[in-house]
Write a protein that binds this ligand. Sequence first.
Ligand code: FMN
Ligand code: SF4
Ligand code: SF4
Length: 334
Amino acid sequence: MVSLGFFVDFVPIEKRFLLAIKNRSGKTDLEAIMPVKHSLYQNAGEVSVDQQQCSRCGFCVSICPAEVLTLEAGSVQQLTTGFDCIACGHCMMACPKECISVNGRGLSPTDLRPLPPPEQRADADALGALLQSRRSIRHFTERPVEVDLLERIVDMAASAPMGIPPWDVGVATVSGAPEVQKLATEIVTGYRGMLKLMRPRALALMRPFIGKSRYEQFSGFILPLAEGYVRSQQQGRDTLFWNAPAVLIFHHSPYAEAADATIACTYAMLAAESLGLGSCIIGGAPPIMQRNRAICQQLNIPDGNKPAIALILGYPAVRFKRSIKRHFSHQQKS
Ligand SMILES: Cc1cc2nc3c(=O)[nH]c(=O)nc-3n(C[C@H](O)[C@H](O)[C@H](O)COP(=O)(O)O)c2cc1C
Ligand code: SF4
Ligand code: SF4
């Protein structure tokens, strides 16, 4: 059989969609190739049903978000239309008879877990209290963050939703104050280089091309921020990673949205809070990291993946006495 892996990159998505529909009845190489690209997985999920156990209730069919399951001729069948099976696992999680399996795209039935019992789940009051007491922490004790705690945070963050499964987001963990400081120094060096290029006169010349708001953002925020990083480093202070003992860097492939990485980071921040750690999201690190392959390689961030957001972590050296109510800029009253 001729492999179409090379060729299919050049077949427009609509064509692959049509070919998949055309070939519904018989399996071909082309059918198995998923139109939704992923940096690691090319193929769609493969669904199998234990027909002996299946009650034909149709629950899996109705719950499938990709609409690729059908009850035809008295049994559940997998279609290869549309996105094909994205391997979200919903059918496996919902089936009352535990008789449907999905394999592929990094998913298998071994990933299934029992649901946490209701009494263990945070209710609105508990979750609200966690959210309301969390603050961005920029002062840490010297206590290192235990490796198993960092792993637990990453595990908890992986439960977040993503644009389309499976995750095409990675996490690079930098653990230990000296390692974090080394990374901070490299990033601030990058900012120093940027400041040499982005002198106010050069920025003024760019204004007609970058637009008013971008210009204002650069001149009023990004340049002063970069100057602040450089100045504080000269004074022996770290205003990038705030002397944190650990940093998580969330990066994503070209096939995933930056929002996926940001949502994962937000989950990690809440997980850290629940574990008694302080944290702060750091948007100041990725812009330099994105332009510095050497830094990415040191952190084993794959070629093509983009650092999107960072999260510093540590044991808090400050405690806030009060919380605060914040308001969205626009909120439609119902
Ligand atoms: C996308 C994003 C980027 C951020 N980047 C930074 C940063 O680079 N440095 C920093 O000290 N704080 C950063 N923060 C933290 C915010 O400044 C902080 O959330 C805000 O001041 C509100 O404080 P609170 O989190 O305690 O409510 C960032 C937060 C977000 C959501
Ligand atoms: S949900 Fe399970 S039992 Fe019901 S039709 Fe699907 S595979 Fe069969
Ligand atoms: S894993 Fe998700 S997309 Fe695939 S068949 Fe099951 S519900 Fe549908």
